[in-house]
Design a protein around this ligand. Structure first.
Ligand code: ZN
Length: 335
């Protein structure tokens, strides 16, 4: 995931001219009050321990950098879990070309529930890990691959736990769990060669142009990126607001209803180039991104982002639970 163009608080200051930034207005309250759970719907309870274990399992493989043995092993693990949880699994094996010409042996993995249903919701995450800790405070680590417990494994962990729940009781709609590869192989800070446009999100760009099902469509999509960090705070990201403001509203209302309003803040942040951008623009499926922002403004996302500190020590079950339970609430209430 690449850095934001503008950090949160500078934008926030701009808005404060026209509206009160950061204060919860009466309007926000009335929106949450009108939210209701569909009659007769029981939303499964998201098990944060289970999700945490799926994160740990991926990290135990080591960095899941394309063209590595750990990457192959982790891809097999994800596909096997999805099969075990009753999903119809499709693998897209494809060679993608990185910014520096490296051929990345990539694999998008799709797990589909009720594949014949026309009414669908897609959940997305990326499962590869960044080859370089190019934002590590210590420069000598900049070429070391990261464990990516948060930036990769957390989204996968939440989605595998969702798959486990769907296997027990299916929601009314068809659900696609889509795990993109080669998201985080974008140009590192130390790279000085010729610039290639869109060097990030290669797996999602491929899928958006070549969906696993011809003419694939979904009612909406939700991308999960870095959804397990300690003290994570999620704001409404700029492209999500541009392309899918109603989905942002739906998800944030669900979070507030479930008591996670302190994690899901009802304020907007600047746009982030992430997988959802290509899903919105190329596949034209309205999709939001649940991605953290560091409220201190010192870092774009979190202090561990693209550093060697992105390890299990900074994964918090509370964050996994808040995101996982919110997403379950949303997908089980669709009809
Ligand atoms: Zn990243």
């Amino acid at each position: 995931m690449i850095k934001r163009g503008v950090i949160l608080w500078s934008l926030c200051l701009l808005w404060s001219v026209v509206s009160s930034c950061g204060s919860s207005s009466a309007k926000v309250k009335s929106e949450s009050e009108e939210e209701s759970t569909r009659a007769g719907v029981t939303v499964p309870v998201f098990d944060a321990d289970s999700a945490f274990n799926y994160v740990q399992k991926q990290v135990d493989f080591g960095p899941r950098v394309p063209n590595s043995a750990a990457h192959v092993a982790c891809g097999n693990f994800i596909a096997t879990q999805l099969e075990k949880f009753g999903a119809q699994v499709t693998n897209q094996f494809v060679d993608l070309v990185a910014f520096d010409g490296t051929l990345l042996k990539s694999r998008n993995i799709i797990g589909a529930y009720k594949p014949d249903s026309k009414k669908r919701v897609a959940l997305f995450t990326h499962w590869d890990s960044r080859p370089w800790a190019d934002y590590d405070p210590d420069e000598k680590n900049h070429r070391t691959p990261i464990l990516a417990a948060n930036d990769g494994a957390s989204g996968v962990g939440v989605m595998l736990e969702i798959a486990r729940q769907i296997h027990q009781v299916q929601p009314e709609l068809g659900i696609d769990l889509i795990f993109f590869d080669a998201e985080d192989y974008g140009e590192p800070q130390f790279y000085t060669g010729p610039h290639k446009e869109e060097s990030w999100c290669l797996g999602s760009q491929y899928w958006a142009r070549n969906p696993h099902v011809e003419g694939y469509n979904a009612r909406f999509g939700i991308l999960l990126d870095m959804v397990g960090g300690k003290d994570a705070v999620f704001y409404k990201e700029g492209y999500s607001e541009k392309y899918a403001p109603d989905i942002n509203k739906k998800v944030w209302k669900a979070a507030k209803r479930l008591g996670y309003g302190s994690l899901f803040r009802n304020e907007q942040t600047s746009p982030v180039t992430d997988d959802h951008l290509f899903v919105n623009e190329l596949a034209q499926i309205k999709t939001i991104d649940i991605i953290p922002t560091d409220p201190s403004g010192e870092h774009s996302f979190t202090s561990t982002w693209h550093t060697l500190q992105d390890n299990m020590d900074h994964i918090d079950r509370k964050t996994l639970k808040a995101v996982g339970q919110t997403v379950l609430h949303v997908i089980y209430n669709e009809n």
